[in-house]
Design a protein around this ligand. Structure first.
Ligand SMILES: Cc1cc2nc3c(=O)[nH]c(=O)nc-3n(C[C@H](O)[C@H](O)[C@H](O)COP(=O)(O)OP(=O)(O)OC[C@H]3O[C@@H](n4cnc5c(N)ncnc54)[C@H](O)[C@@H]3O)c2cc1C
Length: 400
């Protein structure tokens, strides 16, 4: 980190007013005590550029801790189990870890925490990790963040992986920051891109400022480098013929039972809508202007057994629940088939669906950018194209 230091001796009322006026965050405050830089400073450096009088100096802070990075090796993923089954995010984390590890032959580890999770660990052996560490204990039956963090921290202390990846799921979001805090290291939440530099630094990419920029974040001074990863962004590791991983059952940390909340009962939540899980999606955009258009889209969705999703303007105009929005500020989807209707294909939308296996798009504008990422494009008025499309599917049974 860095901060901006003020040389109060050089401050005049005019200079103070000028510098305060360039700060877009209102973080430069002029008072009787002089000029001060407040907590709102985002280090955008506009004030440094405007400072012609040597009033401000950028001071690069020395890292509080600096670890011997050569002692931290490998990429670890925190597996997630639903009962004794692996949550699909586990294989996506593993897929990305294996891809990053391949060039330098970096070892890849998986950590499975829970109770009676042997068969989840056994099935994970077929997905390419070098070693699987298992914490299996009755007190880990239900996800309890403090207990799980205790086990993950025990693993990190013993194995010292350079990188730890968790899912940006309810569990990962609750667990990963607790682990990062224990090791006084950084964490980047909700990454949509990851790359490992030759020097071992992990470049963590995520949308910032509401998706207006893609921030690239590194954790250069501390280890492990930690992040949570968005579901459905990376390809799952493929199953291999033969198991590759060694499994090591770890002793759970001492005093595990005495930390965290006592879970008395677990109540099943009603199934929640999650378009990220859908295998077929019909996505509507602003080109669908009225109820008649929506009815056509819903009919198509019914025939295809699809979930209905939408672009951001369709949420903003109150026609859809925000959980149905695809895109940078919505959900990422990777269905087998997505049909977009009246969607222009803005980058913020495309970023949330361009990894779909098969994309069919209907748009009246032949230049619409959605066609650049579509496998099939139907140019025409949706109010004419959709009835014909639906009729053809019904008549010829193209799908299902
Ligand atoms: C920070 C930020 C984050 C954002 N995040 C998201 C996000 O997560 N998801 C998202 O979707 N957007 C997001 N947006 C908005 C995004 O930039 C676009 O504005 C939005 O995706 C456009 O939605 P649309 O395609 O429905 O509408 P439009 O761009 O208006 O496109 C409508 C399309 O319908 C076609 N059309 C019109 N009439 C017909 C017809 N009769 N038949 C066939 N086609 C027709 C038009 O040719 C046009 O291409 C974000 C923007 C910002 C600034």
């Amino acid at each position: 980190m860095a901060h901006i230091k003020v040389n109060q001796e050089k401050v005049t009322p005019e200079i103070a007013e000028r510098l305060a006026s360039v700060c877009p965050f209102g973080a430069i405050v002029v008072s009787e005590a002089g000029l001060s830089i407040e907590a709102g400073c985002r280090l955008c450096r506009l004030c440094l550029e405007a400072d012609q009088d040597g009033v401000l100096t950028l001071v690069e802070d020395k890292p509080e801790t600096s670890v011997d990075k050569s002692r931290w090796q490998g990429i670890a993923i925190l597996a997630e189990c639903v009962g004794n089954r692996l949550h699909p995010i586990t294989l996506e984390l593993l897929g990305k870890a294996l891809e990053m590890a391949a060039p330098a032959g970096t070892p890849v580890f998986a950590v499975v925490i829970g109770w009676q999770v042997t068969s989840a660990a056994e099935s994970l052996k077929y997905y390419g990790a070098d070693k699987i560490y298992v914490y299996d204990d009755r007190h880990l039956e239900h996800f309890e963040p403090l207990r799980y963090a205790m086990c993950a921290a025990d693993f990190i202390e013993k194995v010292r992986p350079s990188v730890v990846l968790a899912g940006a799921t309810s569990m990962g979001r609750s667990l990963a920051p607790r682990i990062a805090a224990r090791f006084r290291t950084g964490i980047t939440a909700d990454c949509t891109g990851l790359a490992l530099r030759d020097n071992g630094n992990l470049v963590q990419t995520r949308p910032a400022f509401g998706g207006n920029i893609m921030a690239q974040i590194v954790t250069p001074h501390t280890r492990p480098q930690m992040c949570t990863v968005r579901y459905r962004v990376f390809d799952a590791a493929p199953r291999r013929e033969n198991p590759t991983a060694q499994v090591e059952v770890m002793a759970v940390p001492h005093g595990l039972a005495n930390v965290g909340a006592q879970v008395l009962d677990v109540l099943a939540k009603p199934e929640e809508l999650d378009i990220s899980e859908a295998e077929v999606i019909v996505a509507v955009g602003r080109g669908v202007k009225d109820e008649a258009g929506l009815r056509l889209a819903k009919k198509l969705a019914d025939i295809l057994g699809a979930q209905l999703a939408c672009t951001r303007p369709m949420v903003e105009n109150g026609r859809f629940d925000p959980r149905r929005q695809i895109g940078l500020s919505g959900r990422t989807v990777k269905p087998k088939l997505i049909v977009t209707i009246g969607v222009s294909g803005a980058v913020q939308f495309a970023a949330g669906m361009d990894k779909s296996e098969y994309i069919i798009s209907i748009n009246s504008d032949p230049e619409a950018s959605i066609f650049n990422i579509s496998h099939v494009g139907l140019v025409g008025d949706l109010y004419e194209v959709l009835p014909a499309f639906i009729e053809k599917i019904e008549r010829e049974g193209l799908v299902r």
